[in-house]
Design a protein around this ligand. Structure first.
Ligand SMILES: [Zn+2]
Length: 144
């Protein structure tokens, strides 16, 4: 099916309620729309996930008894809770700020300066809101 770029004046698909041109337009990915009005992104995978892909495919085959096909969702291949737990342990061990870890656990996202432009505005805002929430509850531990 043919896909064309989403109009900059359309409502942004990420869900902020803003216009595409003043939201996710110009980031490192594009929103495309097909003839039926279905919207998709042209960057299907997060770069970090792409790195893990061979492992995910192996686990998928083990869990489902067949190789992963194009219609399968990536997260059907992994135990998301298990991955989250391992990530949190690794972050604690390396001294990552607790507010950041909290935001990761809450949103399932990992916001960095490197991938910020690949994330939808709504996801970025959700992550930052979670960090603020943690700081509001626990105070800013960094100040003496
Ligand atoms: Zn957006």
């Amino acid at each position: 099916m043919k896909r064309k770029p989403l109009s900059p004046n359309a409502k942004c698909p990420c869900g902020t309620g803003r216009k595409y041109k003043s939201c996710c337009f110009g980031k490192g990915f594009h929103f495309l729309v097909d003839e039926d009005g279905n919207i998709s992104r042209d960057v299907p995978l997060h770069p970090e996930v792409e790195k893990l892909l061979p492992e995910i495919e192996k686990e998928f085959a083990q869990r489902h008894g067949r190789p992963m096909g194009p219609g399968d969702r990536i997260f059907d291949g992994i135990d998301v809770e298990d991955v989250t737990r391992k990530m949190v342990d690794a972050m604690r061990a390396t001294g990552v700020a607790p507010a950041y870890i909290y935001a990761y656990e809450k949103t399932g996202l990992l916001l960095t300066e490197d991938n910020r432009h690949l994330m939808q505005t709504k996801d970025v805002e959700e992550f930052e809101a979670a960090m603020d929430e943690y700081d509001a509850e626990h105070g800013d531990d960094l100040d003496p």
